[in-house]
Design a protein around this ligand. Sequence first.
Ligand code: SF4
Length: 438
Amino acid sequence: MTAQPRISFVSLGCPKALVDSERIITQLRAEGYELVKTHEGADAVIVNTCGFLDSAKAESLASIGDALAKNGKVIVTGCMGAEPEQIRAAHPGVLAITGPQAYESVVNAVHEAVPPAHDPFMDLVPPQGVKLTPRHYAYLKISEGCNNRCTFCIIPKLRGDLASRPVGDVLREAEKLVKAGVEELLVVSQDTSAYGVDMRYAPSPWQGREVRTRFYDLAKELGELGAWVRLHYVYPYPHVDEVIPLMAEGKVLPYLDIPFQHASPTVLKAMRRPGNQDKTLERIRAWREICPDLAIRSTFIVGFPGETEEDFETLLSFLDEAKMERVGCFKYEPVTGATANDLGLPVVPDEVKQSRWDRFMARQQAVSAKRIASRVGRRIKVIIDQPGPTVSKGRSQWDAPEIDGNVYVASRRPLRSGDIVTVKVERADAYDLHGVAV
Ligand code: SF4
């Protein structure tokens, strides 16, 4: 073993899993482990798995197989760790399997496989922890688990009911990140608008005051830290209306990531979706009156069991009316263990799913293109993600990293990642904007 034990890490799945990975890595770094990029030559490998869809499980199993072949000492954690039998059946040689958020068990498993080096001068971890995201943005995980029971989803089975972090802890973490140079905080959880319900909105001390563990209060306080604040996984509960004025005032980014999943009341009922979905269009209109710059990103599922052509047409009209900026669409895939499999609803044939997906994408592309083109001629703020010699790649306030579009910024002066610059938008294409730094 080398003086500093070396660990290779694979992080699969959603931003929430990425936050788990960051915590595990932070702990290991604090204990003197070194993180290496390749499995070959590492003393052990950790695979943080995703078990949300069957295709994600297959990807997780393949990653474990790859790590076993290249290294041999493999510790498995994450969502798929909640189903150890499946992993053991495919890969009996793994050293340990732990479930999601079992940070201590993962770290213990690492200690057993590769004991930590006792070096008092070992690498010190920066106080804000180790980030897997670029330094200028960071995911802020505010809770674990979910109280909803959407019929297509097994996350509550894997991760349990909602468990919010006290608001004081979240704000302290956010403050540390901002002090360490983070310019954009991405708030994530399974159900951000339900934040604090499980704690009955218990207050925590923050800067000499009491702040409630509640969605609005968190958004308001985060908005005072001087970084961009972006809200993900927000369900349209009535109290979501309260944060729109914070967006209009520029405290929180004018951006809402709301996974609507469908628009037909029958399908939404069969999906058992949370939130008040009846008057969604009216509410979107009211939000845009208060904050005309609001961008909405959403995801939808087509081909859910029982979805009729009429339901699907309702969804297409919703796209036209809601005029959302960014939309993703998935073809329904049955997830092992999900209630949707037992609803007894007629399965939508694959070719119908495919054709609905094509029609959905074509319809939404026209809507998105119009919304994006409406920014041409404006001066907007852009955060730089990837500086280039003449053109840098960045994002507007309406675009989250990884999932939305980009702004290509021509600039005579050199830009650095994390810079927030004013850009005059000159043209738009289907997804991205192009402009000049002013
Ligand atoms: S809100 Fe629904 S889809 Fe999202 S995690 Fe909870 S149960 Fe799953």
